[in-house]
Design a binder for this molecule. Structure first.
Ligand code: HEC
Ligand code: HEC
Length: 365
């Protein structure tokens, strides 16, 4: 004490240093990073065409998001500021397991090469007009129990009680938690996503509350690894019809289009003759599908692929979003004279939730 009285300047300096350290810590001045490599006009053209072919169905013509299911906006600045490898390239490449977002990289059974996934990522980045921000990779420390209280009060209505996603992304999703660092999550909470229902919580919650809720979300991660996969063999045309000698299923369709999971399951149990089309990206067909289904992704060139489909057999298409991709394919099939066509109303997630069987890929070492 005496020492401090003798040296008030030291004390003042000490206090100011402490205070300003606090202030800097609370201000979150993020430093900017330079832009990534710029696309050539040809690369940009291909990337734009790929966006139209593969992404518009759910994320929309203008990258606005929320066209089908709860596909997020792909133009909010805060998404692209927070690190494109984490926030964009990885979901695009590997998908978010258990959500309608499939993996598009060829390595996991998708249609795009590594270079195409990078170019599409850069194209989206350039379109967003965002500047990259340098985010720390350190863990965010917070009180998980307090964080859960904030979460249930402020976030659960949109993101789900268990982070399963209701009208907003599944924050408890293991692939998302594996791909996003703590700081990416905190940045999204603090800054929100411009032009979407996700508000900037830096103006609503205290920094401590934001850290707590970030720590709570992190505590939901139970580990996820990209499994080494041996891709399954795709069915050949002579395998397209399930139960080729069975009876016609005689479905009563809702709105002249939809068959219920219950009716489809009953028909399959009765060994009815059906063609099942999985209209998702084949990477997710690889992971799990209704036994006997053939992958016919929503972006397939139908003139090429439908020539081997029979017109006199009941065709049922399904997807996970929960119907958008299947609707899209069936509409085109009907334009080509396939009248015996239907869409699985509940989608494959609904099918699985009802406990009906799927064929899953074995984990391979
Ligand atoms: C069948 C619908 C569908 C299609 C087609 C689709 N997505 Fe998605 N995408 C989603 C959904 C749903 C999510 C959110 C999943 C979650 O986390 O709950 C998502 C999430 C994402 C994310 C993560 C964004 C964020 O805010 O976390 C990116 C990036 C993304 N998609 C890019 C793409 C790109 C690029 C394409 C085209 C190659 C594409 N998606 C095609 C449905 C789709
Ligand atoms: C009114 C509904 C709503 C509420 C309440 C809400 N969010 Fe969101 N949140 C969204 C939507 C919608 C998105 C996706 C936005 C987009 O299109 O990019 C999102 C995105 C996010 C993301 C980015 C996810 C990703 O995959 O990129 C995080 C993290 C997040 N929210 C956390 C929270 C937290 C934590 C709270 C509570 C403090 C919260 N949100 C409250 C609707 C909401």
């Amino acid at each position: 004490m005496e020492l401090f009285l003798k040296f008030p300047k030291i004390l003042a300096f000490f206090l100011i240093a402490l205070l300003s350290a606090q202030l800097i810590a609370k201000e979150y001045t993020y430093s900017k990073m330079g832009p990534p490599r710029k696309l050539t006009p040809q690369q940009a053209e291909v990337a734009e065409a790929n966006y139209k072919k593969y992404c518009v169905l759910c994320h929309g013509e203008d990258r606005q998001g929320h066209v089908n299911d709860h596909a997020p906006s792909l133009r909010s600045k805060s998404l692209f500021e927070s690190g494109i490898p984490h926030a964009v390239l990885r979901p695009l490449s590997y998908g978010r397991e258990g959500t309608p977002m499939a993996g598009y990289l060829d390595e996991v059974g998708g249609p795009l090469t590594l270079e195409e996934t990078w170019n599409l990522t850069y194209w989206l980045f350039e379109k967003s007009g965002a500047e990259r921000v340098r985010l720390s990779t350190n863990p965010v420390i917070g009180d998980v129990t307090k964080g859960e209280l904030v979460y249930q009060k402020e976030c659960a209505t949109c993101h789900g009680k268990n982070g399963e996603g209701v009208t907003a992304p599944a924050l408890g999703n293991q692939s998302a938690l594996a791909h996003n660092t703590d700081e990416v999550i905190r940045y999204a909470i603090r800054h929100g996503r411009q032009g979407t229902p996700m508000k900037a919580y830096a103006e609503i919650l205290t920094e401590q509350e934001i850290d707590n809720v970030t720590a709570f979300l992190r505590s939901k991660a139970s580990g996820w690894e990209m499994k080494k996969t041996v891709l399954r063999r795709l069915p050949t045309p002579d395998e397209y019809v399930v139960n080729p000698d069975g009876p016609h299923p005689n479905f009563k369709l809702q709105e002249d289009l939809y068959v219920s999971a219950e009716d489809l399951n009953t028909a399959l149990q009765a060994k009815s003759k059906i063609v099942l089309l999985d209209t998702r990206v084949p990477s997710v067909w690889q992971t799990a599908h209704i036994e006997g289904s053939i992958p016919l992704p929503y972006y397939a060139d139908l003139d090429e692929t439908v020539k081997d489909l029979p017109k006199d057999v009941q065709i049922v298409a399904y997807c996970s979003c929960p119907r958008a991709a299947a609707d899209h394919v069936v509409r085109q099939l009907r334009n080509r004279g396939f009248d015996n066509t239907a869409v699985l109303y509940e989608g494959i997630f609904g099918w699985m939730n009802l406990g009906y069987p799927v064929s899953r890929r074995e984990a391979v070492e």
